[in-house]
Design a protein around this ligand. Structure first.
Ligand code: FAD
Length: 317
């Protein structure tokens, strides 16, 4: 069976949720081999989780040459691995880093690449949502080794037990790839809520929420559901909530099992970031709001009445 390289997303040896989704997607095309970029010992820490989702092999690229620089060294090491392993495809997460590595790798190995893939068929046909969500496209890479970045929460992770072997990768990176070194890493304020793009439930507030103080209502509903909090651009531009939580064309793309849009009209640029959510609930006082065209369930009402009632009812369960 053909080998499929999967670039592991992790934080200090703890796998992110997208990694199990990538391994599941890879199994449609062949046997996944996980590529771990990190510090010494990270691959060992990841071994059990990667095996649980079907990784047959782990390539451990553990070196300061990949952790201390921006993405160029990782693209270079991957290009070497592609030459060595001749995989059927390379899969990465559709994150900022993942997309940049994919682009750089595509140039190096002269292959086609597709980003933001939401579905991957066994013959390599990839589904993408494009033009701010107005069009769904099915495409296939026709040149070289297909490089695909997979959208978070698009694939349902399914376990498939394997016992991966670990192969150390000799990391030798050119000076050209080491032109941008990481000077400092500052963590975003730690929140007890799930990460927005990985959460299975997201509660987002829009301009209708009215103020930064009122966002406590959105946070209260989110906490009752164990959800992440998101915001529309209008809410962010009005300083109701920080930009890192913006959902939409110029914000983050989310695809949770449940998306609750509160006081959000449903502009196309907002839809672009949330319309692949599995179930959409809208709370809006305007029954003509476009968000209701997209919503599976809608409540026409004043959010200042509906949200506290919903939060109380959920907390009471
Ligand atoms: P509004 O459109 O003002 O809607 C507010 C809603 O709240 C209304 O439907 C109203 O009925 C409802 N409401 C008001 N009071 C209450 C109440 N008490 N109870 C219940 N409902 C109430 N937008 C994004 O979100 N994300 C993006 O990434 C993004 N990128 C953009 C990129 C470009 C290039 C451009 C041009 C625009 C972009 N936008 C983006 C902006 C987008 O076009 C909309 O302006 C924005 O999404 C509107 O946000 P909103 O729905 O919160 O506000």
């Amino acid at each position: 069976m053909a080998e499929v390289l999967v670039v592991v997303e992790h934080s200090g040896g703890a796998a992110k949720k997208i990694t199990s989704e990538l391994l599941t997607a890879a199994r449609a095309l062949g046997e996944p081999s996980a590529v771990v970029f990190g510090a010494a010992g990270d691959a060992d820490k990841l071994k059990d989780t990667l095996g649980e989702y079907g990784a047959q092999k782990i390539y451990a690229a553990e070196s300061a040459d990949v952790t201390d620089y921006l993405v160029a060294p990782r693209a270079e090491v991957l290009a070497g691995l592609v030459k060595q392993a001749s995989p059927a495809a390379v899969l990465l997460a559709s994150t900022t880093d993942g997309k940049e590595i994919a682009g750089r790798l595509a140039v190096k190995i002269e292959s086609g690449f597709l980003t933001g893939v939401t579905e991957l068929a066994a013959d390599g046909t990839a589904t993408q949502v494009v033009f701010a969500g107005a069009v769904i496209v099915k495409s296939k890479v026709t040149k070289g080794t297909p490089i695909l970045t997979i959208a978070t929460n698009a694939v349902t992770a399914e376990p498939a037990a394997a016992t991966p072997s670990v192969e150390a990768v000799e990391v030798s990176v050119s000076d050209a790839a080491k032109k941008a070194k990481v000077a400092d890493r500052v963590s975003e304020k730690k929140s007890s809520r799930p990460e927005l793009t990985e959460a299975s439930i997201v509660v987002s507030g829009g301009r209708g929420v009215g103020s930064a103080e009122n966002f406590a209502l959105i946070e209260g509903l989110a906490d009752s559901l164990g959800a992440a909090v998101g915001a529309s651009r209008a809410a962010v531009d009005s300083d109701f909530y920080p930009h890192q939580f913006q959902v939409g064309q110029t914000g983050k793309t989310v695809s949770p099992n449940l998306y609750v849009a509160v006081g959000i009209s449903g502009a196309i640029q907002h839809r672009a970031g949330m319309q692949t959510s599995k179930t959409i609930v809208a709370i809006n006082k305007d029954e003509e709001a476009p968000i209701f065209e997209l919503a599976d369930f809608g409540v026409v009402g004043d959010l200042f009445k509906v949200v506290p009632q919903a939060t109380e009812a959920i907390n009471a369960r």
